[in-house]
Design a protein around this ligand. Structure first.
Ligand code: GLN
Length: 304
């Protein structure tokens, strides 16, 4: 399979169809990003890189970082964390407050904001300097020092984090939050404000395509069994209330972020990072989803 030709075909078809959305503006700094940016990077399990468009330009990874933070605590899930976070698709927007109230402070899954806040709370209990640990971990997964926290995006989101603050206090009211709300929020917003390019992002989740072993870190990141479970969560919950549609159209485990990025994996073959900032009303990148749909159509296989 000529991956370079494949992603170039996909890139050109998406460019000429030119589906449009709207750049996220509830984090004001993200609204400044050029909506026309578009890049794709595919990395295979030998470490070969195939790229097209703006694939080397760093962008705000936002909620894609929830895959990395989940991985950092995956091993304590069996004992403790599964009682604090569920593994069901939410069918609701990623920042829903109503759902958390109905479900008595146990978030539906680790990828909606409430669930990710519980994960970041667990990391805050575990580490003195959680954000340094998260950065170190993602750099290790990518095989280089590539993570940079964009201070303007961080400050911009912190100034507008009323909903995430409300979620954190709801969690606390249900005894599902152990640290100070402002400390955990700062760490959460910092890992969301990390910037990486499509290649480094694809490299950073390559272990999920490779039974838990990272060829960049040169070690097992999680067991094969956890890798399968994280992939199952990405497939069922990675796109919030659009997870069903992403599974239907693309058929790969993936995770989106409101910076317009999508990271996805094809088990035992490759990982892929796609970036285009304009989003649909569910907060997922319009061009990235179309690109991945074309990609699996052309490949004639997905998970299914
Ligand atoms: N930092 C964003 C938020 O908490 C992440 C959301 C996303 O990427 N879906 O709202």
């Amino acid at each position: 399979m000529d991956y370079q030709q494949l992603i170039e075909e996909v890139y050109n078809e998406v460019k000429s169809a030119n589906p449009r959305g709207k750049v996220a503006d509830y984090i004001p700094e993200l609204a400044e990003v050029d909506g026309d940016k578009f890049g794709i990077a595919l990395v295979d399990l030998e470490g070969n890189v195939f790229g097209v468009g703006d694939y080397e330009i760093p962008f705000s990874i936002q909620s894609i970082s929830k895959v990395h933070t989940l991985t950092m605590v995956a091993h304590i899930f069996q004992s403790k964390l599964w009682s604090r976070v569920n593994v069901e698709p939410s069918g609701n927007p990623f920042n829903s407050i109503a759902q958390l109230e109905f479900e008595k402070g146990i978030p539906r899954n680790p990828f909606i904001n409430a669930g990710a806040l519980v994960i970041t709370d667990a990391l805050t209990s575990k580490f003195d300097d959680p954000i340094a640990e998260i950065s170190k971990f993602i750099n290790e997964l990518s095989g280089k020092e590539c993570v940079r926290i964009n201070q303007e995006v961080l400050d911009s989101e912190l100034k507008h984090s009323e909903r995430n603050t409300a979620l954190a206090y709801f969690l606390k009211a249900h005894q599902n939050f152990n640290n100070k709300v402002e400390d955990v929020l700062k760490t959460y917003v910092s890992h969301c404000a990390m910037e990486m390019c499509c290649v480094d992002l694809a490299r950073s989740i390559s272990y999920l395509a490779n039974d838990g072993y990272s060829i960049y870190a040169k070690r097992e990141i999680v067991t094969e069994s956890y890798a399968r479970r994280i992939n199952a969560l990405m497939l069922t919950c990675g796109f919030y209330d659009e997870a069903g549609e992403f599974a239907y159209r693309v058929g790969l485990p993936g995770k989106s972020g409101v910076g317009g990025g999508v990271a996805a994996i094809m088990p035992h073959k490759f990982s892929i990072g796609v970036w285009s900032p304009e989003l649909n009303e569910k907060g997922n990148s319009v061009k990235a989803i179309m690109a991945l749909e074309l990609l699996t159509d052309k490949l004639k296989f997905s998970l299914f």
